[in-house]
Design a protein around this ligand. Structure first.
Ligand code: CS2
Length: 486
């Protein structure tokens, strides 16, 4: 068997592959990251790696997995080193990243995680846990029915979810006289910092009113917009990277050259000098975040569901289909009209660049991967902009069709389902028991617990009816031509 990537082989990696420009054994852990998956390792950990290379060794990362041990099992034998592979049509660049110091598996020992979070060295806790790990109602308030929330309220010193860990760690720091860490959400949610702040404060208040007040008054929750397309790593990626590196890496990350991070600059306990490495530190993230969620992620979801229905396995294949391409352009026109005009952003240039990124032939970004968790993604990607347009009396036919594509793809998932959703039980029941397309739409939107369903039910029903009557291609062609206004 080939040798495994680890510190001892850093000096003789094959080709021109660069390793960390610092000694990974000399790092101090300043960041605890919850949800250490491919995205974090291709994004925040890379920005931190650049800061460490400049000599500030106090921002090493301790990664936490909230569920599975897979990441720790892959990274621990290789001293937590891993390969970042940036690819596009012109080739691939490899780099070994050293900013992750260790990976903890929360269910194995939550106390070790709490100890890391409570350590005075830890000054920032970052999160990428996906939309579904934020237990919120449609109006953004805490979902107290959520099983994880209930369990963590019942056993505050053995937490399992993000609210339980953050609250207990902040309580321990407070008891120890250690100032609180800054909490930085890096998930694709609108106002992610503010949303998380609301949830943690509500949760903590249910535990102890005083603690809730303390958190509300003392803990910073900056918002951030994160962007980098990171498909799930495949065995073919592993083999290619091993060939190029000359040693085996159990879990490299494969991504595009593009990356962006816009962060609200509110870090009372200090932060790495991210701005020296391309991170935009701003006073208000909202316009950036809205543009990204609506134009990038919204288009992604449309490509994913239309792609699933038309049998396209990857985003690049689906986006090359003129029917889908045309539909996405119409969707962009609608969504772009909802963006605040005074933030100095340039949606046209942004969409042009997105089109290039989606067409990247070297990334196998599976439509099934993006199709997951639609009930958690659609509000910020389709429903909010659709409501804003409707409230202004404007046409939102493509956004309504985006929701209809989701429902059609859900109904057409096959067995085993090509993609999943945390509300699958209710969604499957909604689809199974309905008899007409109109029934299906009403039942699915209700099962998904979306807000203000009555407002857009007619538009989505109309779009879904067309797909039911004529199949997917004919309606998409008409949408692409700008037909079907509401
Ligand atoms: C995608 C995102 O899976 C999804 O829902 O839309 O992961 C997307 O690739 C990233 O947000 C890009 O920054």
């Amino acid at each position: 068997m080939a040798q495994r990537l680890n510190r001892s082989c850093l000096s003789h990696l094959a080709g021109a592959v660069q390793g960390p420009a610092y000694d990974p054994t000399h790092l101090v852990a300043g960041v605890v990251h919850i949800g250490i998956g491919a995205f974090h390792r291709a994004h925040q950990a890379v920005y931190v790696d650049a800061c460490l290379a400049e000599g500030d060794a106090s921002w090493g990362i301790i990664g936490v997995s909230l569920r599975s041990s897979a990441m720790r099992d892959a990274l621990a034998p290789q001293d937590c080193l891993y390969t970042l592979a940036e690819r596009d049509g012109s080739g691939e660049t490899l780099k070994v990243i050293g900013s992750v110091m260790k990976v903890l598996v929360a269910p194995e020992d939550p106390q070790v995680v709490l100890a890391a979070m409570s350590s005075p060295q830890t000054r920032i806790v970052t999160l990428t846990v996906t939309e579904k790990a934020y237990p919120r109602n449609a109006d953004g308030t805490l979902n107290v029915q959520d099983r994880t929330v209930a369990a963590d309220l019942a056993n505050p010193d053995r937490p399992t979810g993000i609210l339980g860990f953050l609250t207990e760690a902040l309580a321990r720091r407070r008891a120890d006289g250690t100032p609180p860490f800054t909490v930085l959400s890096c998930d694709n949610l609108p106002a992610n910092g503010k949303t998380l702040r609301g949830l943690v404060t509500e949760f903590a208040t249910l535990r102890d009113r005083e603690l809730g007040r303390y958190i509300e008054q003392n803990v910073a929750f900056p918002s951030s917009m994160v962007d980098r397309i990171v498909p799930a790593t495949t065995d073919a990626d592993r083999e290619r990277v091993a060939q190029a590196l000359g040693v085996e890496d159990a879990w490299p990350v494969v991504t595009e050259p593009f990356m962006q991070w816009v962060v609200e600059d509110n870090f009372p306990m200090g932060r790495p000098a991210w701005e020296r490495h391309g991170v935009e530190m701003v006073a208000d993230v909202a316009p950036f975040e809205e543009m990204k969620l609506r134009l990038l992620n919204g288009a992604h979801s449309a490509i994913a569901y239309a792609g699933q229905l038309l049998g396209h396995e990857t985003v690049a294949d689906a986006f090359a289909d003129p029917l889908i391409h045309g539909f996405v352009k119409g969707l962009w026109r609608e969504s772009a009209r909802t963006l605040s005009g005074d933030a100095g952003l340039k949606p046209d240039e942004y969409m042009e660049r997105l089109a290039d990124r989606f067409a990247n032939p070297a990334l196998r970004h599976r439509t099934a991967q993006i199709a997951n968790d639609g009930s958690q993604k659609l509000p910020q990607r389709f429903i909010n902009p659709m409501l804003e347009l409707q409230d202004a009396g404007e046409d939102a036919a493509h956004l309504a069709a985006g929701v209809a594509l989701w429902i059609a793809a859900l109904a057409d998932r096959g067995e085993p389902p090509a993609f999943s959703d945390p509300l699958d039980e209710a969604l499957k029941a909604a689809i199974a028991k309905t008899t007409s397309p109109a029934d299906t739409v009403a039942a699915v939107l209700q099962a998904a617990r979306f807000d203000r369903v009555d407002r857009y039910l007619p538009a989505v029903t109309k779009a879904y009816q067309r797909i039911s009557d004529d199949g997917i291609s004919a309606p998409l062609a008409l949408y692409a031509q700008g037909e079907f206004p509401q």
